[in-house]
Ligand binder design. Structure first.
Ligand SMILES: NC(=O)c1ccc[n+]([C@@H]2O[C@H](COP(=O)([O-])OP(=O)(O)OC[C@H]3O[C@@H](n4cnc5c(N)ncnc54)[C@H](O)[C@@H]3O)[C@@H](O)[C@H]2O)c1
Ligand SMILES: [Zn+2]
Ligand SMILES: [Zn+2]
Length: 361
């Protein structure tokens, strides 16, 4: 029988979010119900609320979560009730053209729960990124549950479910940052700072953090930035070139999702360097670049979907690095909050006060 739980929904474009009673069906074949213990507030949740992703309101927000599997449906063997899991939005299908070519990190047909969670009046909800974890319990595809060591606190582990994985993966997987590279990261929120931490892990020699907010630059230093640039007062392209012998960085990671910062990234990289777009733009945004510069500067212009991660490979590995003291995941948690504080957390995110607010249950 469907269970009634409390969850945070975005009812319509730019309307304040609110707590509603959500009906969570029993898990069907291939599905799992997860009791959520913690869920971080990611900028993508705010994009959903603002109508920047699509118009499938009402959304059940939250997608950066950890919890315990409560029940599984028929045919589920990869997880069992009681397992501590991080939820992922890349449950690879194994059968699409990307999977068949051995590139499951691009899977074009990732699994979500087939059944819908609803409001009490039957209105179907669209769970953010197929997860919807600002809720006491949520229904997902079993493949969206990645088992990790339960010794790590849920508030910390859950961050791997989106922003931290996206940032670390943008540097290591998509950008291919390696020993001795110079890296610049534009936008130092949770995602950008994770790209900085990932670049440090990968052995980057120089890591330049760019943001418009000095508090964010201070946090970026703590994550491993060797240099910081406030682009409100300093031209970031000039500054990055100056800090890299006049040439530009080997890899520039854009973690804002705006045309002007993309253009900065494009011109702040060295010849044959790589730009990685991990920030998510909105449908109205456009970019115009001289085609000759696209050609003449060479290299690679890449986008990073979820850090090109494979949850089953990357989540446990990053938890290991965290436990060894080589990756301080706890540093991303600025504050823990209650389910009723999500709207306020969006305001704090907008004001630049936080890296991550994490709802704990
Ligand atoms: N590609 C993916 O898979 C993926 C996954 C998660 C999040 N994202 C996206 O990554 C982006 C960042 O997410 P977040 O949670 O870190 O957001 P956030 O709001 O915490 O951080 C954004 C940062 O960018 C800075 N910023 C804003 N305008 C700037 C500018 N003009 N120049 C330099 N810095 C500027 C802000 O001060 C802030 O520090 C969002 O667009 C989000 O949707 C992408
Ligand atoms: Zn696939
Ligand atoms: Zn996210």
């Amino acid at each position: 029988m469907a269970q009634e739980v409390r969850g945070v929904i975005a009812p319509g474009k730019n309307e304040p979010v609110r707590i509603e009673t959500i009906l969570v069906p029993d898990p069907g074949p291939g599905e799992a119900v997860v009791k959520i213990q913690a869920c971080g507030v990611c900028h993508t949740d705010l994009h959903y609320k603002q109508g920047g992703i699509n118009d499938d309101f009402p959304f059940l927000l939250g997608h950066e979560a950890a919890g315990v599997v409560e029940a599984v449906g028929e045919g589920v063997s990869e997880v069992a009730p009681g397992d501590f899991v991080v939820l992922n939005w890349r449950a690879v299908c194994g059968q699409c053209r990307a999977c068949l070519r051995g590139r499951p990190q691009y899977c074009f047909n990732t699994h979500n729960a087939k059944q819908k969670m609803t409001l009490k009046d039957g209105t179907e909800l669209s769970p953010a990124l197929g997860i919807g974890a600002f809720a006491e319990k949520t229904l997902v595809a079993a493949g969206q549950c990645t088992k990790v060591d339960p010794a790590v606190s849920p508030a910390v582990a859950g961050l791997l479910g989106c922003g931290v994985m996206a940032g670390i993966g943008a540097a290591i997987n998509t950008g291919g940052v390696g020993r001795g590279d110079s890296v610049a990261v534009i936008g130092c929120g949770g995602v950008g700072d994770a790209a900085i931490a990932g670049s440090r892990l990968a052995g980057a020699a120089r890591i330049i953090a760019v943001d418009v907010d000095d508090r964010k630059l201070e946090m970026a230093r703590g994550m491993g930035a060797t240099h910081t640039v406030n682009s409100r007062t300093t031209d970031p392209v000039e500054a990055i070139r100056e800090l890299t012998g006049g040439f530009g960085a080997d890899v520039v990671i854009e973690a804002v999702g705006r045309p002007e910062t993309y253009e900065q990234a494009f011109y702040a990289r060295d010849l044959a360097g790589t730009v990685v777009l991990v920030g998510v733009p909105t449908p109205d945004m456009k970019i115009e670049l001289p085609l000759l510069d696209v050609f003449g500067r060479g290299g690679a212009l890449k986008s990073s979907w979820y850090g090109d991660c494979l949850p089953s490979r990357d989540f446990p590995m990053l938890i290991d690095l965290h436990q060894q003291g080589r990756l301080d995941l706890g540093a991303f948690v600025t504050e823990t909050i209650g389910l009723g504080d999500v709207e306020k957390a969006f305001e704090r995110m907008h004001a630049g006060d936080v890296l991550r607010s994490v709802v704990v249950f």
